[in-house]
Design a protein around this ligand. Structure first.
Ligand SMILES: Cc1ncc(COP(=O)(O)O)c(C=O)c1O
Length: 428
């Protein structure tokens, strides 16, 4: 076990194991360095800064989720978490469909998915071009408002085709403990749950307007590590579905649920225990099967997620350029920073910045005998990679790796900030 891994100040546990859970074994480790095929990773990669994604970790992440899910519940990958085409192409062989958030994501998904895989698009301000493309490609449009339903009818008329539509629901609850609330209260996303029954009652009118109401899209939040909160949210959704079936007779043929599965990013976080979630997934399956029987339509259910599938499969790699001491604080100043990894700097939705799992990729067996601040190359105090981070003594030229960096990294960062070079991404 890497010695400096033992220094999680919150728990005293090994960072790699504690952070990555079952994915820790996907990353090769030999003679104290992170390795690919027996060679140090730093020797194999041509340059830093870089994102490195591991096929093996992607396989393990999907397989571990599958083992907790009943066979009848599928998995949809939300491309927004990481749209790197080789990674999405690899996932196409593992998942049952894709959630898109733009025209380009739809084109990427449509170009690689099999006819059995389903594609949907969500987002509160879809363009006319997005509506038309989705309709022509048979992609399900998750409608976010009554106004959008009207625009979809216009697009259906213009294209002369019928639109496959799911109503995205803004629930009366939020996913508790989640990093990002996407439901409960007033939201730009989804249609308020209290409005849904009246729309379900109007499905014949919608059908006359060219809309096939195929189902519902349920998303209450993301990045939750709280099993009880995730289970309560799933229960909340099934209650609503039963209630709507009773009042309107509607049973969705297709159901997409975002369970909000989170990732352990920070000291003290624990990876989600899928064994504890498995009974809730089984119960969800039973309840939906019963509802489908009552409605005379089996419900095709998919869980939609991004980060849970890809975060652990990615490492952000950067090299120390300068080591300096300023009034008692040791700084490692690196070539990579917030322009590639905004979330690491604490500027992507975090209320307070917390450290990420940063490791010295060629010194895994060295004692973490220093506490340093790690800074990026940008002329702004926002460019923080770590504060009070325990690490072995490192010098210019040494490599650092940030674990859990496979989601919301390169594509979610301000690449144009300070006009620096874009980051390179690799899938191995
Ligand atoms: C509609 C929708 N689906 C899926 C996701 C993916 O969330 P996560 O990457 O946390 O699984 C998001 C994230 O914002 C979302 O808004």
């Amino acid at each position: 076990m890497a010695k400096h891994d033992t220094l999680d100040p919150a728990t005293g546990e090994a960072i790699l194991e504690r952070t990555l859970g079952p994915l820790a074994d996907c990353w090769g480790r030999e003679n104290g360095y992170l390795s690919i095929d027996g060679q140090p990773l730093s020797a194999r990669l041509p340059q830093t800064p870089a994102y490195l994604y591991s096929r093996r970790c992607l396989d393990t992440a999907v397989a571990s989720l599958r083992s907790a899910l009943p066979d009848s519940i599928g998995i949809h990958y939300a491309i927004k978490a990481n749209p790197f085409p080789p990674l999405v192409r690899h996932l196409a062989g593992l998942v049952d469909g894709f959630d898109c958030a733009s025209l380009d994501e739809m084109k990427l998904a449509a170009g690689i998915s099999e006819p059995t895989q389903k594609i949907s698009i969500a987002g509160p301000a879809k363009s006319r071009a997005e509506h038309r493309y989705a309709i022509e490609a048979g992609i399900t449009i998750n409608a976010e408002s009554v106004g959008e339903l009207e625009r979809i009818m216009v697009a259906a008329r213009t294209t002369g085709r019928r639109a496959r539509v799911a109503l995205r629901v803004n629930p009366p609850f939020a996913l508790k403990g989640s990093g990002m609330h996407m439901g409960g209260g007033a939201r730009p996303f989804g249609i308020d749950s209290e409005v849904i029954p009246s729309l379900l009652d109007q499905r014949d009118t919608l059908a006359e307007g060219g809309i096939d109401l195929v189902g519902l899209h349920l998303f209450a939040g993301s990045q939750s590590l709280d099993v009880e909160a995730i289970v309560a949210t799933l229960d909340g959704w099934t209650e609503l579905l039963h209630e709507w079936h009773q009042t309107t007779g509607f049973t969705p043929a297709e159901l997409i649920i975002g369970p909000g599965l989170g990732v352990a990013y920070h000291p003290g976080d624990r990876p989600l225990d899928l064994d504890r979630l498995a009974p809730a997934f089984a119960r969800l399956d039973e309840q939906l099967a019963a509802l489908g029987q009552r409605g005379g339509t089996p419900i095709d259910t998919r869980l939609e997620m991004g980060r849970f599938l890809v975060a652990g499969a990615g490492i952000y790699l950067t090299r120390v350029v300068d080591r300096k001491i300023s009034r008692g604080t040791t700084y490692l100043v690196c070539d990579g920073g917030m322009h590639h990894h905004l979330a690491l700097s604490g500027n992507l939705g975090a209320v307070l910045r917390r450290n990420w799992p940063v490791i010295a990729v060629d010194h895994l067996d060295d004692e973490a005998n220093e506490t340093v601040d790690v800074a990026g190359p940008l002329c702004t105090p926002l460019d923080v990679l770590g504060k009070g981070q325990p690490l072995p003594a490192l010098a210019p030229g040494d490599w650092l790796g940030v674990l859990q960096s496979g989601a919301y990294g390169a594509s979610a960062s301000p690449a144009g900030f300070l006009s620096r070079a874009p980051v390179t991404e690799y899938l191995i």
